[in-house]
Every structure is written in structure tokens, then in C-alpha cells.
Ligand binder design. Structure first.
Ligand code: CA
Length: 235
């Protein structure tokens, strides 16, 4: 997933970013409300992890908001009719904050300090609800990918994939029939400031084909990659 982490605490932010990257996510980290609005106005994220107690900050040209920390960012986001899933991270544990977060349009919340495994599980649950899938595992042909256990099997036999091969395959299997461009796949693999290896996506695709059989991922030159029959033009 491509994640936006909004957290002003450097230690917590650093730990979270490292842990989420290890799981194969692309993580962009901003530290104040203005930078969060700016990021959300300009890019598409699969999920936002939003701290509530945030400084307003302010970068030249960033979209103006009404202050209000993380809750302000949330109401600004929903005011734009942007349904990007949001999990609120809060140090406060008063029921008032949780209610305000959920009523403000958050999909879930976690009270700090929280367990990283619980965060991962909630991220998956929110993502599932958002994409309208009740099943945890993705299945196409003989290939089954389970985001919860991070296991991939081919005709029932376990396959060993690297974190990035897994991320590429998950992106494709979440939208069977949809053509994903190389840039769309790169978005899932890299955050800002990550050096994008120029040939990385074709290399991961090549490795996946070697493991899954060459016919599983289709490549339409100039358009991108897809699992299953391409339903139409790329988005
Ligand atoms: Ca904070």
C-alpha cells in the first residue's frame, strides 16, 4: 500500500515508518497539518495514518485549513469528498476523542501506545472494507495471496516472494482485469525520497513470472501490466 503517515513525534514516526516499510509499504511521512493537507491535495494514497495532536505548521502554497490538528485535517479531507481510508492514531483515550474521530470520518482509530501487529491487522481490515471485499485472501487462477499471513501459494504450494514482489503482486491481484501502469506500480513501492530504481518494476514482474508461470501477469507494451483479462483501457 502507499501510505501517508501524519505524525509530529519524531521517534514514533521513525519507528512506524521503518516497520511499515519492512512490510513492503511505500510510506510518506509528514509532521504537521498543513503538510498533510498539501500531500493529500496532490497525491493519492491507499490509506492515511493520522495523529490527532498535530501542530498546524505551514508551508508556502499549502492548502489553507481551519487548524484543529488531525481532526481538522480529517474534516478538510472529507469536505473534499475524498474517501481515502483514515486510521486515527491518538495518545488521548477519552471517549470524546474517539467519537469525534469516527464521527469526523475516520475509518478506525488506535490509542497509543499500540501494537504494530494490531495496526497492521486494522489496516488490512480497513482496506478490505474500503474495497468492498469480505474475504481476506485474493485468489486468481491457481494463485492465492493472503495479505494477513503474507503467504502466496500456487496450486496450493507455498511460494517464497520478497516484500516488493509481494507488493507488486498484491497491487495487481486487488484489481484483476485492470491494467496498471509502471508508474502506478512504482507508487505502491516507493515513498518520497526513496530512490526509484529505474528498471525495478520490469525486474519484479520478471521474477514473479518465473515463479508464477509466464502467463499469469500480462504485459501490454506501453500500457502496463495486468492479472487476468484486461477489461479495458488503463485509468
Ligand atoms: Ca502528536
Amino acid at each position: 500500500m502507499r501510505l501517508l503517515l501524519v505524525e509530529d513525534d519524531r521517534l514514533i514516526g521513525d519507528v512506524l515508518r521503518s516497520a511499515l516499510r519492512l512490510e513492503g509499504h511505500a510510506v510518506d511521512w509528514v509532521r504537521d497539518a498543513a503538510a498533510a493537507r498539501s500531500a493529500l491535495a496532490g497525491e493519492r494514497f491507499d490509506l492515511v495514518l493520522l495523529d490527532l495532536g498535530l501542530p498546524e505548521g505551514g508551508t508556502p502554497g499549502s492548502p489553507a485549513g481551519g487548524g484543529g490538528g488531525g481532526l481538522g485535517v480529517l474534516s478538510w479531507l472529507r469536505g473534499r469528498r475524498d474517501a481515502t481510508p483514515v486510521i486515527v492514531l491518538t495518545a488521548r483515550d477519552g471517549p470524546g476523542d474517539r467519537v469525534a474521530g469516527l464521527d469526523g470520518g475516520a475509518d478506525d482509530y488506535l490509542v497509543k501506545p499500540f501494537d504494530l501487529d494490531e495496526l497492521s491487522a486494522r489496516m488490512r481490515a480497513v482496506q478490505r472494507r474500503h474495497s468492498g471485499r469480505a474475504q481476506t485472501a485474493l485468489q486468481h487462477g491457481g494463485v492465492r495471496l493472503d495479505p494477513a499471513t503474507r503467504q502466496v501459494t500456487l496450486d496450493g504450494a507455498p511460494l517464497l516472494l520478497s516484500a516488493r514482489e509481494f507488493a507488486v503482486l498484491q497491487a495487481l491481484m486487488e484489481r484483476p482485469g485492470a491494467m496498471l501502469s509502471r508508474a502506478q506500480i512504482e507508487d505502491r513501492l516507493y515513498g518520497w525520497g526513496d530512490a526509484v530504481e529505474s528498471n525495478a518494476v520490469p525486474v519484479y514482474i520478471h521474477q514473479l513470472r518465473r515463479k508464477l508461470g509466464s502467463g499469469f501477469i500480462r504485459n501490454v507494451r506501453g500500457l502496463g501490466y495486468c492479472v487476468g483479462d484486461a477489461a479495458g483501457s488503463p485509468e
